[in-house]
Design a protein around this ligand. Sequence first.
Ligand code: CTP
Ligand code: MG
Length: 223
Amino acid sequence: GDVAVLVPAAGAGVRLGPGAPKALRPLAGEPLLVHAVRRIAAAPSVHTIVVAAPAADVGAVRQLLAPVAPVAVVAGGAERQASVAAALAAVPAGPEIVLVHDAARALTPPELVESVAEAVRAGHDAVVPVLPVVDTIKEVGAGEVVLGTVDRSALRAVQTPQGFRRSVLAAAHEAAGDPLTDDAGLVEKLGVPVVCVPGSEYALKVTRPFDLALAEHLLAIGA
Ligand code: CTP
Ligand code: MG
């Protein structure tokens, strides 16, 4: 394998409601992070996995993942971007392709990890998996009054894993300013082209209780 995968898993999961940090909450009896790491490790290109865990749970996460796959675990930061930066700093010399993958996208198929890695290998510096937007999107102003309708055909919903030539991701994080919600956004600011590849509905981000229920159902039917 020539790929390192960084797994930001240090978020609280506020939108999921009260409880443990989201990556440690159970999905069909196992933490979301275990499901995510198992699928990442099943991708043949993957050489190294670095997890950014909640600072208080680094030891527990090491123990949790030891039987799942060989992983390094570091303490994450207050924002996702800081968690990714901490994981990136822990990647050993070797892998020249780095993927960043949310622990919360626990059911992401190994095939998506492979297809993103392959697109980077084929020469793209930055690659994001996307789905078309299905809802009509409106811009709203004060008082929830509609200002206009956005042309949906030009929009994409962006998932992870996002894939990068290692030097490009490192430069993007070095140049980073205010925290963004994804890594491709940092690369865009460098002026480096970001290319879309087809995403997967199974790569949904478990964010709200409804998503957890959906993920439980998808697992029950074989995801
Ligand atoms: N993440 C992280 N460090 C942070 C915040 C988020 O590593 N300081 C990770 C989360 O663990 C998750 C991914 O980034 O795997 C995507 O973030 P999100 O879905 O927003 O998760 P949370 O921040 O945990 O959820 P919420 O925003 O509802 O609190
Ligand atoms: Mg968050």
